[in-house]
Design a protein around this ligand. Structure first.
Ligand SMILES: NC(=O)c1ccc[n+]([C@@H]2O[C@H](COP(=O)([O-])OP(=O)(O)OC[C@H]3O[C@@H](n4cnc5c(N)ncnc54)[C@H](OP(=O)(O)O)[C@@H]3O)[C@@H](O)[C@H]2O)c1
Length: 341
């Protein structure tokens, strides 16, 4: 089933979230971004309970990460959480983060790209000149995951384990008329077009968050196609949850979301169970490159499977690698050494 109506989603949402899967993570290193709030914070606590050798709590500032760690420790008793700072709206911050990670981590078993924003349809430009939802939700996590490939790959070979790269997407990707526009796909540079002020009309900004979540799934498809079988990239839908995500919305839109939240939202803890499923549940061969939802694999949208969707996936991937090669000198070698299928 490649298409889902709002009614399908609502019915599933009302069924209840499957229970959290559990595992023993002794000896393993887990990293999660956006670990101070909402779904990411709850997932961090689930990981902590499974006792990894280290849990890297990644937040926008070290102070936020330290505050989060205090709460994780108080609620779980876990003592091996480490703070790291990452600002996804800055390629420089991502590069610095990975330089630091290279020095301090000798393995990385589970990487969760969870952090994201909703600007409430506002067009905001980052310090790197990109439309902010595009950079924070899509380009930033992609660069972060790609720069961490050497550690992830080393973990697979040196410790004979199958690391997972988990990217938090959304089932909003099934909403009609949210695709990446044909005009942007046909443009010489799709990502630059998507980011430009002229292109980002209010109508486009209304679907930008969804487009950024489509790009998350496309990233996972490409990683699965190009990485060895010993690494499992997977994307997921946490369901519609109460969290800080919609905090920028106001007026009628905020009221609409509030009504939906009152009627059928999951708690962040319930949503976080889907991160845990993607990180440790299911079978590696089934989850590799898959989009998961309610603890099972779900086919992506018809548009993503269409010729145009595949063209968008290929084009944005090639463009991303080009952009990243310009912002971080490690990228060309990562492309040659790790992304060769
Ligand atoms: N809630 C839902 O209904 C829902 C549904 C589908 C998918 N999702 C996805 O679930 C994931 C978690 O979102 P959430 O609902 O838990 O929202 P949330 O409570 O707002 O958490 C988002 C996290 O991302 C961090 N973040 C935001 N901008 C960042 C940046 N520029 N650099 C680094 N970190 C940044 C936030 O840090 P600060 O606290 O410092 O801002 C926060 O820790 C997201 O990928 C979201 O798209 C959520």
């Amino acid at each position: 089933m490649g298409q889902r109506s709002f009614q399908d989603m609502l019915e599933e949402q009302k069924k209840g979230m499957p229970p959290v899967v559990k595992s023993d993570l002794t000896g393993k290193i887990v990293m999660i971004t956006g670990a101070n709030s909402g779904i990411g914070f709850e997932a961090a606590k689930h990981f902590a309970i499974m006792n990894p050798a280290r849990l890297i709590v990644v937040c926008r500032t070290v102070e936020k990460a330290q505050d989060s760690i205090k709460k994780i420790e108080a609620e779980t008793g876990y003592k091996n959480a480490h703070p790291m700072a990452l600002e996804l709206s800055s390629f420089h911050s991502i590069s610095e983060f990975v330089t630091q990670a290279d020095k301090t981590l000798d393995r990385l078993d589970i990487l969760v790209e969870n952090a994201a924003i909703s600007t409430a349809y506002e067009y905001i430009v980052t310090e790197d000149g990109w439309e902010s939802e595009l950079q924070v939700n899509s380009l930033g996590p992609a660069l972060h995951a790609l720069l961490l490939l050497p550690i992830i790959s080393k973990t697979a070979t040196q410790y004979s384990v199958v690391p997972r790269i988990v990217v938090v997407s959304s089932e909003t990707i099934f909403f009609p008329n949210t695709e990446i526009g044909s005009d942007a796909i046909a443009a010489t540079n799709t990502l630059e077009t998507l980011s430009s002020k002229d292109y980002c009309t209010p109508e486009v900004m209304r679907i930008r968050y969804v487009q950024s979540k489509i790009l998350n799934i496309m990233l996972v498809h490409k990683l699965a196609a190009l990485l060895p079988k010993s690494i499992v990239p997977v994307s997921l839908n946490p369901g519609f949850c109460l969290s800080g995500l919609r905090r920028k919305h106001d007026g009628e839109e905020a009221e609409r979301f509030k009504k939906m939240e009152d009627e059928f939202a999951y708690t962040s803890e319930e949503g976080s169970r889907q991160i845990i499923y993607a990180a440790i549940g299911g079978k590696d061969e089934e989850l590799r490159g898959a989009f998961t939802s309610y603890s099972r694999v779900l086919e992506v949208s018809d548009w993503m499977l269409s010729e145009e969707g595949k063209r968008a996936e290929d084009k944005t991937w090639t463009e991303m690698l080009d952009i990243f090669s310009k912002v971080d000198e490690r990228m060309p070698q990562i492309i040659t050494e790790y992304l060769k299928a």
